[in-house]
Ligand binder design. Structure first.
Ligand code: HEM
Length: 369
């Protein structure tokens, strides 16, 4: 069993990785434009006056060169604090073994599916971190409603063209979102409006599910042994960052290192591409596409310089929780034998996720190497 590598992926991912890394590159006759240096990536993400956030967040992974609406004036989310991260992690610590046990009870002997198994633990963990004041029953209800909204959003995001307002996909998505917002409206001490809280929860659940599944897929192929769990997390976020590309819209004509990009154009920043630049990653250049947590023992490079959590005003406010959940999962995997039960493919329909990602677990009897 093995997994597909991003290096040989077709489609948009392949196009981004194959683009010349010479600065700003137009991927089509009228864009979108891809920046390929860390400096340009930072410039784009940290200057919202010139590079605005796309308006329709449900389709921000859309790489078509369409002129997007912008959503200037969008609220900036405060990073989760230490207590919030601790409550999220405590919930994950309970829910992850519970999910495994539940699977074994219902379908004994069958492989686990990481993208399914991680849903409830991650949803409840993030909900606990974001809605600290709410009672358990309400948080659990919210976690289920966020998952239902994420599922209803999938066909909207995956569609080649934006589905019409009254299409079945949009109607379902709207119903799921309103059901979530109605429940959030009754939640005590909600951070922001129900719509804002819904957006935070969805972002904070869908992405870490994919990240956790990638982590397990990589660790099944490359057991960690005595390596550091957090290094495996950074390596996962380097090779397969779930938010592998993010878009901004130019508000005026801009000059990026001599390349003129017109107003209203889509500019892409790709953590997946940046994570393969030798300047940002320690180790042998030829080995860069390979999963090697040990490379991070070399502390001359800062993990995360390829921006898997973004940068600037829209940088990820849940970064610390994401890292904590993933490190916990890597520690769990490190003392077990994880093996893939199926070939792992790369799904590009919404960010990057491993699909399917089925695995088996055996308790380890011998000490780690
Ligand atoms: C490993 C896990 C995670 C990864 C890799 C990740 C990655 C990212 C990235 C790259 C962005 C920026 C997108 C852009 O610039 O367009 C982002 C934004 C965001 N993330 Fe995360 N994230 C993770 C976990 C979380 C968690 C646990 C939360 C929980 C609160 C969260 C909430 C958000 C929100 C609300 C935004 C939008 C920020 C804004 O638009 O102002 N994320 N995330």
């Amino acid at each position: 069993m093995h997994m597909d590598s991003a290096e040989s992926a077709p489609g948009r991912l392949g196009a981004v990785l194959a683009a010349p890394r010479s600065g700003v590159v137009a991927l089509g006759p009228h864009g979108p434009w891809l920046v390929t240096t860390p400096g340009q990536a930072r410039a784009v993400l940290t200057d919202p006056d010139r590079f605005d956030f796309p308006g329709d967040v449900s389709r921000s992974g859309d790489l078509s060169a369409s002129r997007g609406d912008t959503r200037s004036g969008h609220v900036v989310f405060a990073p989760l604090d230490r207590d919030q991260v601790a409550s999220g992690l405590a919930v994950f610590d309970e829910e992850w073994p519970a999910a495994l046990t539940e699977h074994d009870r219902r379908t004994p002997g069958t492989p686990y599916d990481a993208m399914v198994l991680l849903r409830r633990p991650v949803a409840r963990a993030t909900t606990a971190a974001v809605l600290t004041g709410a009672p358990d029953a309400q948080r659990h209800a919210v976690a289920d409603l966020v998952l239902a909204w994420i599922d209803a959003l999938a066909p909207v995001i995956a569609a080649r063209r934006p589905p019409g307002r009254w299409s079945r996909a949009r109607r379902r998505e709207r119903e799921a979102r309103l059901a979530l917002e109605d429940t959030l409206a009754e939640t005590p001490a909600l951070p922001g409006t129900p719509a804002e809280a819904a957006a935070v929860l969805a972002a904070g659940i869908q992405v870490p599910i994919a990240a956790g599944a990638w982590l397990l897929a990589h660790l099944a192929q490359h057991p960690l042994g005595a390596g550091e769990a957090v290094h495996a997390v950074w390596e996962t976020l380097r090779l397969t960052p779930p938010t592998w590309v993010t878009a901004r819209i130019t508000t005026r004509e801009v000059d990026l290192d001599g390349q003129v990009v017109p107003s209203g154009a889509v500019v892409l920043v790709s953590p997946l591409l940046l994570g393969r630049l030798p300047d940002l990653v320690p180790g042998d250049v030829d080995g860069l596409p390979g999963f090697d947590p040990g490379r991070w023992r070399d502390d001359t490079r800062r993990p995360g310089a390829w921006l898997p959590f973004g940068a600037g005003p829209h940088a990820c406010p849940g970064r610390n929780l994401g890292l904590a959940l993933l490190t916990h999962l890597a520690e769990w995997a490190a003392v077990r034998h994880i093996s893939l039960a199926d070939h792992v493919g790369i799904d590009q329909s919404r960010g990057l996720s491993p699909l399917p990602c089925r695995f088996r677990v055996a308790e380890r009897t011998e000490p780690p190497p």
